[in-house]
Design a protein around this ligand. Structure first.
Ligand code: SF4
Length: 408
């Protein structure tokens, strides 16, 4: 507390993003700012609460701050060099080292106290690059940014959204619009997929599937299938791959011809946001082979979209478990917060949505926690394909086969 983190935040963002006050513990919750830093690109800045506040509220703030630590790529540890009690600084450095985070030290001077006392007290500080600033003085801003640019090494992210897309090929997006579909726009996964295909000089073509009809009485299902076959006949060149809403897998596994690739939006998303770790989710689904009465399964959706009709997370998957895995308890987690490791230990399996509304860093922090406690995780697209049989699961993973083969 009171090392001047919020002043550093405001110095970087050049506005009053965070409230600055000498009262200890002023930052009650993490402040987030999005900013383009020339030389790095778009950056998300977290101004966290201090870790050294006591009491129940202090514990909550600490929990939040440690979650932010898990998700960040770079830790700017702001220290008042006049500090004498260095237990908190030591705690942060040790935790950040455990999580393999890059650390830079920002000495924020409130008065011209020499830095020797704290460096002598905390040997760990020797290992990190440091800068001395006065966060309340704007003249230090350029130097601080320059210091970050010089010393921060971004992790290389080479994960492609659709690694199978080739120039001049056609890709079909199967989009069953239902009551949950918002008017006026595609869902984020659909928009991202369409944009990626276009950007790579290939051709996205959408087919709106009437899922109710396709699953309906014979006559209706045939009518919808005929419309789909007509659609396919219009292609002079065969489409390369179809990307479908996962919930239509019961239909598309039969309708999509075997010479055309097939995968789902949810699989595309989870592979992308987990930085190519689809194999983790494919391996996790095998937990269903041993799940038994009395076990708990956690369904995780990373956003709070309106849940109406036959929602996958709250209706379709729970119904499937009630029918095929009696005695298994289903729990839910919606939104950006995630259980801590102690709570996660109670689950036999985690089933995660595509995760398109959280950052790759947040999803990776979740994977790291689950690895630590040894709880398997799978994903909607993987699960709904698995439920259609091993051949279907194999088929939807195939477009990513380089990833799954290399890493398994
Ligand atoms: S975050 Fe998850 S539940 Fe929300 S829109 Fe994306 S995939 Fe769907």
């Amino acid at each position: 507390m009171n090392s001047g983190k919020s002043s550093v935040m405001n110095l970087l963002t050049q506005q009053e993003t965070s409230i600055v006050d000498p009262t200890p513990g002023t930052t009650a919750d993490t402040q987030i700012a999005l900013q383009e830093i020339h030389g790095i690109g778009p950056v998300k800045l977290f101004d966290t609460a201090g870790l050294d506040e006591t009491g129940k509220l202090g514990e909550k703030k600490r929990h939040k701050t440690l979650n932010d630590l898990k998700e960040c790529d770079l830790v700017l540890l702001v220290i008042d060099p006049a500090t004498r009690d260095i237990r908190t600084e030591q705690d942060v450095i040790e935790k950040a080292r455990d999580l393999d985070k890059q650390i830079l030290i920002v000495y924020n001077h409130f008065d011209p106290t020499p830095t020797a006392p704290i460096e002598e007290a905390l040997d760990l500080l020797r290992f990190y690059k440091k800068i001395h600033i006065e966060a309340n003085n704007v003249k230090y801003r350029a130097g601080l940014i320059d210091f970050i640019l010089k010393n921060y090494t971004p992790k290389q992210d080479t994960t492609e959204l659709l690694p199978f897309v080739r120039k001049d090929e056609y890709y079909v997006l199967i989009i069953p619009m239902d009551v949950e579909t918002p008017p006026g726009r595609f869902l984020r996964p659909q928009a991202m997929v369409e944009e990626y295909i276009t950007r790579h000089w290939a051709y996205p073509v959408s087919f709106r599937l009437d899922l109710g009809k396709a699953r309906g009485a014979r006559e209706q299902a045939e009518e919808e299938n005929t419309r789909f076959q007509r659609f396919l006949k219009n292609f002079k060149k065969r489409p390369h791959t179809m990307i479908t809403d996962s919930q239509a897998m019961d239909i598309m596994k039969d309708w999509c011809p075997p010479d055309i690739g097939l995968t789902t939006f949810s699989i595309v998303m989870i592979n992308y946001f987990s930085r190519g770790r689809l194999h983790t989710f494919a391996a996790g689904v095998k937990a269903l082979e041993t799940v038994k009465s009395g076990d708990k399964v956690l369904i995780v959706e990373a956003c709070n979209h309106s849940r109406i009709g036959e929602d996958i997370g709250t209706v379709q998957i729970p119904n499937h478990f009630a029918k095929h895995y009696p005695g298994v308890t289903i729990e839910h987690n919606f939104g950006r917060e995630f259980q801590d490791n102690k709570q996660l230990e109670q689950y036999t399996l985690i089933i995660h949505c595509g995760g398109c509304m959280i950052s790759a860093q947040k999803l990776q922090a979740r994977l790291r926690d689950l690895e630590t406690v040894g709880v398997p995780i799978t994903n909607y697209g993987v699960l709904l394909s698995y439920l259609q049989g091993p051949a279907t699961l194999e088929r939807v993973l195939k477009p990513f086969s380089r990833i799954t083969a290399v890493t398994e």
